[in-house]
Design a protein around this ligand. Structure first.
Ligand SMILES: CC(C)(COP(=O)(O)OP(=O)(O)OC[C@H]1O[C@@H](n2cnc3c(N)ncnc32)[C@H](O)[C@@H]1OP(=O)(O)O)[C@@H](O)C(=O)NCCC(=O)NCCS
Length: 152
């Protein structure tokens, strides 16, 4: 399915929140409403290097997927890097290359930003996502750690 992918706008608030909430449900996670609102506002702030892209259904013109990504410094390069923080596609719209097109959009934006390295992580057992990721990237042998899992 050929879809439009575009940056999130103020008027997308409710649909962005709907998709973000479904993403949290997928992860059996919850966040305070104020955190979600804070994130949404920051995604729209041109002074903050964090963005969201929405996939728009060609007929309904409604958002059916999102990719949230951010730019950060790096010590091993003079270029910044892009971290793909969140990726979600509506259940009924899956397996139609929407997720793939969202990642390709982030790649394009990363190139435009002069920060072509894009990386992300997923759960060890998220096999469905990995079927897509092996098509658009390479798996590393890194293991992720947190100071404390409860803090994230
Ligand atoms: C993971 C997720 C974003 C994928 O979205 P999607 O739109 O369904 O993915 P796509 O349709 O773009 O994936 C297409 C690619 O996956 C591959 N793929 C899908 N199912 C496959 C299968 N059973 N066997 C082999 N490859 C498969 C396809 O071959 C295709 O690549 P190709 O075009 O090169 O052939 C979506 O399933 C989702 O939102 N899941 C819940 C949230 C989640 O897990 N997010 C990621 C967290 S890190």
């Amino acid at each position: 399915m050929q879809i439009e992918i575009r940056p999130v706008a103020e008027s997308d608030h409710d649909e962005w929140l709907r998709l973000f909430n479904l993403y949290l449900v997928f992860y059996k996670a919850s966040l305070p409403e104020e955190t979600k609102e804070f994130t949404f506002r920051r995604l729209l702030d041109p002074a903050i290097p964090m963005w969201s892209a929405l996939a728009i259904h060609p007929e309904t013109k409604k958002p059916i997927g999102l990719a949230n990504y951010l730019q950060h410094l790096a010590t091993w390069s003079t270029e910044d890097m892009i971290y793909l923080n969140d990726l979600y596609v509506d259940e009924k719209q899956r397996l139609k290359n929407v997720g793939k097109q969202l990642i390709e959009y982030v790649y394009k934006k990363a190139d435009e930003l002069g920060a072509p390295v894009v990386y992300w992580s997923t759960d060890f057992d998220n096999h469905r996502a990995q079927l897509l990721y092996t098509k658009v990237g390479v798996r590393t042998n890194k293991v992720k750690y947190f100071r404390s899992p409860e803090t994230y």
